[in-house]
Ligand binder design. Structure first.
Ligand SMILES: [Zn+2]
Length: 271
């Protein structure tokens, strides 16, 4: 169950330890330096990651503006950003957060975001301590960080700030982060479209956030909702924790939503 959610960039912990006041500065191997930004977050990082921190702060500032525009509202409260200088420290944090003492992250897991914190493995070491991510691709790295920032925003506007008490909305949480961060670019959309035109594709919402096309599929579902129902409805959805509430707001059955989403790949305007 857990690993259904711990996919690629993010992680929505079922077992999150509700640490609303994290004290990473005193943890072994954790970032030790903190700077106060003019923006609503506090960033922690090791001296070795000073350049990374500056770059990430720049992207976060841009990302916040984009997110504010996308949702037409702001972050509700301050949050903390932790840049981990090595994977073991990040693992220790996630072990604690999810109450899984033996948890070892997989190489493609590089970041997570919830209402009060954004954790990221320093892109400086992705080459040796991560896979599937290239820190030299700065646009992709920026979008990845904004993706996590969307999770932070979403958590701040959701009754379950850590997403631990949600029910079958992975596809929405991840799709929204993919779509609002710009990760659903033409290429990714086209890959998802090609896949959907060639295969049957998922027949349930729970199956959207699975497999190698999950980013494109989840992102395209949120794009479909945005195109069909409008942005106000998308914004409304961030306050729901259960799939039934989401379907109720859309006034549609799961079956029909899936069917109409699939049909959208056949339309001339589908990218
Ligand atoms: Zn995510």
């Amino acid at each position: 169950m857990f690993f259904k959610r711990v996919l690629l960039f993010l992680v929505i912990p079922f077992l999150f330890g509700c640490q609303h006041n994290p004290k990473q500065k005193s943890d072994p191997g954790a970032p030790q330096k903190a700077i106060t930004q003019s923006t609503p977050y506090l960033m922690h990082y090791d001296a070795v990651d000073e350049l990374q921190a500056k770059q990430i702060a720049h992207w976060l500032d841009h990302g916040q503006k984009d997110i504010n525009l996308f949702f037409d509202s702001g972050f509700k409260k301050k949050f903390e950003v932790f840049i981990f200088s090595e994977r073991d420290s990040l693992d220790q944090q996630w072990q604690k957060d999810w109450n899984m003492p033996d948890f070892k992250s997989q190489c493609w897991m590089v970041a997570s975001g919830i209402a009060h914190r954004l954790d990221i493995l320093s892109p400086r070491i992705w080459k040796t301590q991560a896979c599937e991510h290239n820190s030299k691709d700065t646009l992709a790295t920026k979008k990845l960080i904004v993706h996590e920032l969307v999770h932070v925003f979403h958590g701040q506007h959701n009754p379950s700030p850590t997403f631990e008490n949600v029910e079958n909305i992975d596809w929405l949480v991840e799709g929204l982060a993919v779509y609002a961060s710009g990760q659903l670019d033409k290429e990714r959309y086209q890959r998802a479209k090609n896949y959907m035109l060639a295969e049957e594709g998922p027949n349930s919402l729970a199956d959207i956030w699975k497999g190698e096309h999950k980013y494109g599929l989840a992102g395209s579902m949120v794009k479909f909702i945005d195109d069909t129902y409008g942005r106000k409805t998308v914004v409304q959805l961030i306050g729901f924790t259960k799939v039934n509430a989401v379907l109720g707001a859309l006034q549609i059955s799961e079956e029909d939503l899936i069917m109409q989403w699939k049909q959208s790949f056949n339309s001339k305007n589908s990218g």
